[in-house]
Ligand binder design. Sequence first.
Ligand code: 13P
Ligand code: SF4
Length: 312
Amino acid sequence: MEALALERKAEQHRELKERIAQLKKERNAIILAHYYQRDEIQEVADFRGDSFLLAQKAASTDAEVIVFCGVHFMGESAKILAPNKTVLIPDERAGCPMADMVNVDGLRAMKKQHPNAKVVAYINTSAEVKSETDICCTSANAIKVINSVDSDEIIWVPDKNLGDYVSKFTDKKMIIWEGYCNTHDMLTVKDVEEMKAQYPNAQFVVHPECRPEVVKLGEFVGSTTAIIKYCKESDCQEFIVGTEDGTGYQLRLDSPHKTFHFATKYLVCPNMKVNNLKKVVKCLETNSPQVYVPPHIADQARASLERMLQVK
Ligand code: 13P
Ligand code: SF4
């Protein structure tokens, strides 16, 4: 972008950020932003985090309004955990294709086939699906959650890649749904090998939503938060990052002198990027779109989320 266009954009962002700060005060609102959001949204957030941390923050905040900058299932989880609060999302179209890969009918059919199994749902599921599950998890606590479940047989929905990774850390029989994240699943062994050849001193850090053969190449495997922590604490100065490109914001903030290469230019979740500062302003001004979860679904889904929050 030309210097003038960049300057204009920066000025526009400054104005929008000032308006957001004012609206936040007026509405007693907080902004929660997932690490995959655009940099400028992460800059205005009260809390940045992965799905687990943001669910915890939604459950414990005193604010009256939560603006959830992420994708739809995250806003739903916030509403389920904080039912008396107004939960706003900047754009209703920010969905998660992986969450849409499992529905209640399919899950019920699987439960019928495996009547002794307990259902563990990745938090990337709809409220309706959560209401049919025994416990939720995120990539940050999946192994702990699986091993905490009182059953030798687990139905795991919806991410087959994370399911494969987790199955290596448990003796339980895992019946794994065939879903996947369109973004992480895009990364190939060839992409990683090419990057490793180009940057021989870099370590490859990878999210377990990537394909098993890609995860195998990781010098470190972990959730978004685990990757951020590892890169910050490691003595290594250069990394090839196998997770969504928005993570670069926190990585660079924590370690401005280290170098981060994203494993391919395709590691961008388009759904996460539909939110922008203008839409944050608009949702606070208009008090919409609001997340709504029918109370009978919310009650059952809450039990599953709360069980997850209790796993130590
Ligand atoms: P975490 O936030 O749990 O790392 O999940 C990654 C993801 O794809 C969220 O949509
Ligand atoms: Fe869904 Fe993948 Fe995007 Fe996360 S990164 S919201 S799992 S599509």
